[in-house]
Ligand binder design. Structure first.
Ligand code: ASP
Length: 343
């Protein structure tokens, strides 16, 4: 079998930072220095090319334009590589991986995000293992020569999880990411175990990659909380420039039942897409369970089931970019498009 070829796209993040001797702040260094820190990469029978963003960015500065850039890079080099590894800061990695999963329709190759909590040059870094295993998984093929994981995913601290199921849970622990409602796609121990029952494989290995690169970012996120006022809710729900609202509700998708709130939700739902996502880290929205959820359903709110807020945002950006029709967006939002919801 022909050796795999992998493109590493380095966007920035802690993995490639070192302390500035003057102001002690962490600042990025270039990929050649990362490669120097990880000579193990040369031991793989894999061709590795790299591409470095200029400027490198802390992922707190990620904008949807970066996702478009990544999607175009993958599209333009799709036939040249067997897989892609994206080095990215951890802060917004779950947002970027989610968005890419909705932008890259018909994906047949691995696109693996990774990064680290400690810079790659420090002795206890988690960056080395993350990078080495991400490359190994991106290059892995089955007996028929098909990639083991043809999805957008995140590799971090021994687990590979679906990108649009990921959420950053810890600012300090090495196991910073979790996928609460979907089992890992792979786990790295002595050997890498692939969870082939969970990984999504294309029905047709010759399907073309279709890139959805028109993103409409006119979305607001409203986290419901005790004491929230009609003034605040009005801004998030009725601002004329907003086309979709993510309501982060309690538990199984419950929110305030007071008439002022329901009337605002009803008005918003007439012209906008209002979706229901739970504030809980795991479990699903079920708007038939409690009266407080039922009233939202009657008011026209669409269930996000167990989608994460990160995935809901990327899904809406892409769907709104694909259609001006709110009803079409509502219908597609309620469907499982790329494994982002359990239905
Ligand atoms: N602020 C950094 C970033 O997201 C944190 C990290 O990479 O872990 O780029």
């Amino acid at each position: 079998m022909k050796a795999s070829s992998i493109l590493i796209i380095y966007t920035g993040g802690t993995i490639g930072m070192k302390q500035d001797p003057v102001d002690q702040a962490l600042k990025p260094f270039d990929f050649s220095q990362i490669a120097e820190e990880v000579p193990e990469l040369r031991k793989f029978a894999v061709r590795i090319d790299s591409l470095t963003f200029d400027p490198l960015i802390d992922s707190s500065d990620v904008e949807p334009s970066l996702w478009v850039r990544l999607a175009h890079l993958i599209r333009d080099r799709y036939d040249d590589y067997d897989g892609f590894v994206i080095l990215h800061g951890t802060d917004t990695m779950a947002y970027s991986a989610s968005a890419l999963s909705f932008m890259l329709e018909g994906l047949r190759k691995p696109v693996i995000f990774t990064g680290s909590q400690l810079p790659i040059g420090v002795p206890r870094t988690d960056g080395k293992e993350n990078l080495i295993s991400a490359v190994e998984i991106a290059a892995a093929k089955d007996g028929e020569g098909h990639p083991m994981v043809p999805e957008v995913s995140i590799y971090f601290d021994s687990i590979l999880i679906r990108g649009n199921r990921a959420t950053k849970l810890s600012a300090e622990a090495f196991d910073a990411f979790a996928s609460p409602d979907c089992p890992p796609l792979a786990e790295a121990g002595i050997r890498i175990r692939y969870n082939t029952r969970v990984i999504r494989y294309p029905a047709d290995w010759t399907q073309p990659l279709k890139v959805h690169d028109r993103l409409d970012t006119r979305v607001s996120i409203l986290k419901i909380h005790p004491g929230i006022t009609p003034e605040v809710v009005t801004v998030f729900l009725l601002a004329p420039e907003i086309r979709a609202v993510i309501l982060e509700t309690y538990g199984s998708g419950n929110a305030i039942t007071r008439p002022w709130f329901l009337s605002l939700v009803r008005t918003a739902s007439q012209s906008k897409v209002v979706v229901n996502v739970t504030q809980c880290k795991s479990g699903t929205v079920n708007m038939d369970l409690y009266a407080t959820g039922k009233t939202l359903k009657i008011a026209g709110v669409v269930s996000g089931y167990d989608i994460t807020t990160e995935a809901a945002l990327g899904k809406l950006f892409v769907l709104l970019g694909r259609s001006e029709d709110p009803e079409w967006v509502k219908n597609r939002f309620g469907e499982d498009l790329f494994g982002e919801i359990s239905k």
